[in-house]
Design a protein around this ligand. Sequence first.
Ligand code: ZN
Length: 326
Amino acid sequence: MTQQDDFPFGKNAKARRDLSDLLLALYLFVFTHVVAAKAFRALPGKSALRFAWENRCTLCATCFSLIRMEPIDGKTRTEFLRAQLLRPFSVLADFLYPPACSVCGISTGGHRGLCAKCWSGIRFIERPYCEVLGIPFSHDLGTGILSAEAIAHPPPFDRLRSAATHDHAVRDLVHGLKYRDRTDLAPMMAAWMLRASDGTVESCDALIPVPLHRTRMLTRKFNQAAELARHMARLSGKPLLAATLVRVKRTSQQVGLGAKAREDNVRGAFAIAKGCENDIFGKRIVLVDDVYTTGATVAAASRTLRKAGAAEITVLTFARALSEPI
Ligand SMILES: [Zn+2]
């Protein structure tokens, strides 16, 4: 019996795949040829007839390739059909929710982007900077140069990297994610953080978000640091350890406190969850947070990780409170 003979009752994987392709093709035929033409009748500047004709053309090329069971555009038929299957939804979504700037909301060419004005207001943090604290230098002083601050007060982590300074559009993005539940911003923010991570995510063993206390989780629904870490884990393929580091002390909000008060506030606030010690011992950890202000929170978290035997700790934040480059 050949592979074709038992189709469509599918005892083998190929037959099942072909059957699912056939069903997808049927869906495409119905949606693109019939439903979309009716649904988009009211589309401004485009008659239903023209819309149907344009889509019929695309589909017929697809149908032809499908009938001949050939790969299309270097994709397998299943991959291609999946993309086509989702296309009507993205067209509909763009119609209902046109792409807009993530900060100011004016219309843009694509989703998850910023308009030119908002984009130009962002100060990305790039070299030359202090190798430990990541503070930008106004002049290139050579490789491996540290800031006076890093020499005078060495932090409990190995290095700090941030995507951008905490002002203008960056502040709006941080507030959007944290206070307005704009979790749709997290993938873009995570991608910027990965670029700023200076290869440390690539070489790390795990990503750990700065945790919230469980009572705060109740009022906030989600942890913005965990949301950023989750998308970075997805983009980089690195493990996310969201429950390894826990906040054992309910601290008051850091906003409005001075540097000393912030330090006292978070002292002893973190611990390693019982049974998770091996997640940390000897491991290279990237500790993720949304904003770095005085660094009291990540310093306290880093001390806990260090005590548990972490081999290397990189603090990675989206935004960084900074004045001018030094
Ligand atoms: Zn904008």
